[in-house]
Write a protein that binds this ligand. Structure first.
Ligand SMILES: O=C(O)CCC(=O)C(=O)O
Length: 230
């Protein structure tokens, strides 16, 4: 972890670490997921096979797939001791892991948009003071533009209250061509978690984030785990 990365994390609330993990670390997880998707008749050779999943609302699909497919020991596999130590440095505390989750989305076959997304935080509403935890996102495969990446609203860890949060979401939704806004002097911009297998994003858990539409023809394969400050 460089001083620049630490500074960027404090400033933006989310940092991108390309190549944080070797490809041979993520490949077995990717292979497992693809095998399971095929075995369950959900996705194979670039095609959605499951009629049932086609009917599931876009943002419920990832949760459903996460219930169907898991990878035992996902955290231990993906979060190396070095990565964990870096996360503790960023949080300024030791961190307690929650079980990791696969983030899988099939091509949604609709146009990409910022409207109707599900911006949220995975922490209780009140304690927006210190860093409550760090969430790690790992790319298991290439994630292309508009390919269903998690979106993080960089800077939103600085928002003081819920009414600002509501205002930001409404501005973003009503001017969906804008990927950045300034609310009360706070610069906010959307970071699409794009990249290649083994790339990692570390996010302050006060940062607003959302699933997004997968408007490509490829399945989106990521994994995430939440680490809470003790
Ligand atoms: O990328 C996604 O599907 C959503 C991720 C998310 O919201 C989360 O893990 O908390």
């Amino acid at each position: 972890m460089t001083t620049e990365q630490e500074k960027a994390f404090r400033e933006k609330g989310c940092i991108y670490i390309p190549g944080a993990l070797e490809k041979n670390v993520v490949q077995p997880v990717k292979d497992h997921v693809l095998k399971e998707l095929k075995g369950l008749n959900i996705w194979s050779t670039g095609r959605v096979l499951s009629q049932k999943l086609k009917g599931v609302p876009v943002f419920q699909q990832t949760g459903k797939l996460g219930q169907l497919i898991s990878y035992p020991g996902l955290n231990e596999k993906l979060v190396s001791q070095e990565l964990y130590s870096d996360m503790c440095i960023l949080a300024g505390a030791s961190l307690q892991a929650q079980t990791g989750q696969l983030l899988i989305s099939l091509p949604h076959q609709i146009a990409w948009t910022l409207e109707g997304l599900n911006w949220h935080r995975d922490i209780s509403k009140s304690p927006l003071r210190g860093i409550p935890g760090v969430q790690v996102f790992v790319l298991l495969d290439t994630v292309a533009v508009n390919g269903g990446a998690t979106l993080a609203l960089v800077g939103s860890h600085k928002l003081k209250n819920q009414s600002q949060t509501k205002e930001v979401i409404s501005v973003l939704t009503s001017h969906s061509a804008n990927h950045s806004v300034n609310i009360g002097g706070i610069e906010l911009s959307i970071m699409e978690m794009l990249g290649r297998p083994g790339d990692v994003y570390l996010m302050d858990m006060r940062v607003l984030h959302t699933p997004s539409i997968n408007a490509t023809r490829n399945v989106r394969l990521m994994a995430t785990a939440r680490y809470f400050a003790e």
